[in-house]
Ligand binder design. Structure first.
Ligand code: ZN
Length: 508
């Protein structure tokens, strides 16, 4: 038996969804058990398990003759046992998704009149009831209009809007919502305990978050992990999931937004060791950032920082393929938010103590110089001598590696950002560089940053000023299939609305 079956709840009080537990407990004590229920909720949320518990409650010897204060199933009497084994002729489970159903329902109308054979009550559990045909619904409706005393109907569906209103109105509706992360974790803990496994809390959180609110998925994942051993930590979860789990991605985003740069660097080191796929990480990062941004909007907080981050991530996603270190563009995007962060200059220097910042810049410098090394053109001493005379675009392009090198010595995060732009035009002493987002433009053209950049430019080409133009520079004639998800990146996304729109396009 699978974990999900073995550790499924056996009593109402053991149900993992708090809301369902409360509704059904109160009907048990008040005795208001309906003759027909409609269980609505996503797959794996425990509808069928709950239906079986209800079948036991109405049939358990403990509850014989009761009209209220129903007990939980005893689990020991003949009725409880036969239902648990799934072998009672009076508990009829019908899967509406399978064929031949119309006949089943028509027959049901005849047979439902017959008294139960083994148990006190006949229980009909109809799964995926929205798949029933019109003829089937008509037959079902007639039955529900005059239900025999000895029958209980439990209709389950993932799509209640497809169930006719006439049926819905005759049932007591119970909503099975998507499980919360905590609810999935609590459910998983039963299996962890039962299987004598050791799972640290972070790993358990990651499993729960990866299941999208489904108990069944959670147990499936845990079972897969159990095959590798009884001790499970967050790295084994990542191995199974193939990517960094949502939980660690959320932590990473948090670290970037809260300017915990060391944590960002450390996380990337770990992900590199684990072989995290950059394209998958980009998608997960954007997905998490998107929902956090929406959360901000809903709560009336400013989503500005997250919008900037999303913009930077979309830019970085496009660089993954051309970077010798695929994770690096993402790391630079997060670090540029976290170091250069929005409105940072306006903060007094003291609030950003040097010892915290220094090692980070060193790190960025290191990473940037790795790139510089791989693309750098031999530094031509003649270029330095061009000071004072006119500079050509070719000279700028040739000296760009050298310039980035100087830049990284003076300001690592700016160097990282300048790696993502391209010199396009020189007129006299003015250089035009193309950027692909307004975010980059704003960052680079801020007075303080502009001064730092021009200082370093002077070292290579002599006095030079620069301005940014916003262009849609990456034009692919034939996007590869793998690129399709990212093709929207080519649209200039330079406004909050644009970013939201692009994010919508990518994530639906
Ligand atoms: Zn019993």
């Amino acid at each position: 038996m699978s974990f999900y079956q073995t550790y499924r709840p056996k009593k109402i009080s053991e149900l993992d969804l708090a809301s369902v537990r409360e509704v059904l407990s109160s009907s048990m004590s008040s005795g208001k058990i309906s003759h027909a229920y409609l269980f609505v909720g996503p797959r794996g949320s425990g509808k069928t398990s709950t239906a079986r518990i209800l079948a036991q409650i109405v049939n358990c010897r403990r509850n014989e003759g009761k009209t209220k204060d129903f007990s939980e199933p005893c689990g020991e009497c003949e009725s409880c046992l036969v239902i648990a084994r799934g072998s009672s002729v009076d508990v009829i489970e019908i899967d509406a998704a399978s064929n031949g159903l119309v006949d089943d329902i028509r027959e049901l109308r005849e047979r439902v009149r017959l008294a139960p054979v083994q148990l006190g009550k006949k229980v009909y559990i109809i799964d995926e009831v929205h798949m029933v045909s019109t003829a089937g619904f008509n037959a079902l409706l007639k039955t529900l209009e005059e239900p025999p005393e000895h029958a209980l109907f439990i209709l389950c569906t993932t799509e209640s809007q497809k169930v006719p209103e006439t049926i819905v109105s005759r049932c007591a509706r119970v909503n099975f919502t998507k499980a919360t992360v905590t609810e999935v974790m609590q459910s998983l803990l039963k299996a962890v305990k039962g299987e004598e496994m050791t799972v640290d809390e972070e790993a358990l959180t990651e499993i729960a978050e990866a299941t999208d609110g489904s108990f069944r998925e959670g147990h499936k994942l845990l079972e897969q992990l159990a095959a590798f051993g009884k001790k499970i930590d967050s790295s084994s979860v990542s191995r199974i999931l193939g990517v960094a789990g949502k939980h660690s991605v959320k932590k990473l985003l948090d670290a970037a937004v809260k300017q915990k740069t060391n944590e960002v660097i450390q996380t990337f080191e770990e992900m590199e060791k684990m072989g995290t796929k950059a394209s998958v990480l980009a998608t997960t990062l954007l997905g998490v950032a998107k929902s956090e941004m929406e959360q901000c909007v809903r709560e009336g907080r400013s989503p500005e920082k997250l919008v900037l981050l999303i913009d930077a991530l979309i830019m970085a996603a496009d660089k993954i393929k051309i970077s010798p270190l695929p994770l690096l563009p993402l790391e630079i995007a997060l670090l540029s938010i976290s170091i250069g962060g929005s409105g940072e200059e306006s903060r007094p220097k003291v609030s950003n103590p040097a010892p915290e910042k220094k090692p980070v810049e060193d790190q960025v410098m290191k990473t940037v110089s790795v790139i510089t090394e791989s693309v750098e053109v031999v530094i031509d001493p003649v270029k330095v001598e061009t000071q004072g005379s006119k500079v050509t675009l070719d000279e700028v392009k040739t000296g760009w590696g050298n310039f980035l090198h100087h830049m990284s010595e003076s300001n690592g995060s700016l160097a990282g950002m300048l790696r993502l732009v391209e010199p396009v035009y020189v007129e006299g002493k003015s250089l035009t560089i193309s950027v692909t987002s307004r975010f980059q433009q704003e960052m680079l053209e801020r007075e303080i940053k502009k001064k730092i950049i021009e200082e370093q430019m002077a070292k290579v080409w002599g006095p030079l000023t620069f301005k940014c133009v916003l262009t849609d520079k990456i034009i692919r004639t034939q996007p590869s299939i793998e690129d399709e998800n990212l093709s929207v990146v080519n649209t200039p996304v330079d406004t909050v609305q644009g970013v939201m729109l692009a994010a919508e396009k990518i994530f639906g």
